[in-house]
Design a protein. Structure first.
Length: 149
């Protein structure tokens, strides 16, 4: 009887592990274009954009793809999460809290990212109505209160 219970528990644990790994794999398989479309759809819903605005926003997002984060997100390519036993691709250990350490952004990268963000916001302001723009700006101010200005 104990052997049967033990076998059932072991099977459930294996099944849960496989299920978790499959979900993680699906998340990593999303390509940049799909992510851009989802981001656009989220903004369309959140700020009530019409079809014309949505099309312009999608074009704007395509134009600025990869430019708004200073290349920091795309540079890892999902390698930090693989089954590498908590090791980074360069063999170093993870930082405190179990999260991978982020590469430091240079002043040049930071300035480039800020310039890209300002250009994006300027073009976005031409797409949105004044009410939508105000709501967007308020949301951006409240997005991460602990963030450096």
């Amino acid at each position: 009887m104990k052997k049967i219970v033990f076998a059932i528990v072991a099977a459930l644990m294996v099944g849960a592990t496989v299920n978790a790994q499959e979900r993680q794999g699906r998340r990593q398989q999303m390509n940049p274009e799909e992510m851009m479309k989802q981001r656009t759809e989220r903004v369309v819903k959140q700020y009530g954009l019409n079809d014309e605005q949505a099309a312009k926003l999608l074009e704007l997002n395509k134009k600025f793809e990869g430019k708004l984060h200073g290349g920091m997100r795309g540079g890892r390519g999902g390698q930090m999460r693989g089954g590498n036993g908590g090791q980074r691709p360069d063999g170093a250990r993870r930082g405190e809290g179990g999260r991978p350490e982020r590469p430091q952004m240079t002043d040049e990268q930071r300035k480039e990212m800020q310039a890209n963000m300002e250009a994006y916001n300027k073009e976005l302001a031409e797409i949105l109505t004044p009410e939508q723009l105000k709501k967007y700006q308020d949301d951006m101010k409240n997005r991460r209160p602990g963030r450096r200005q």
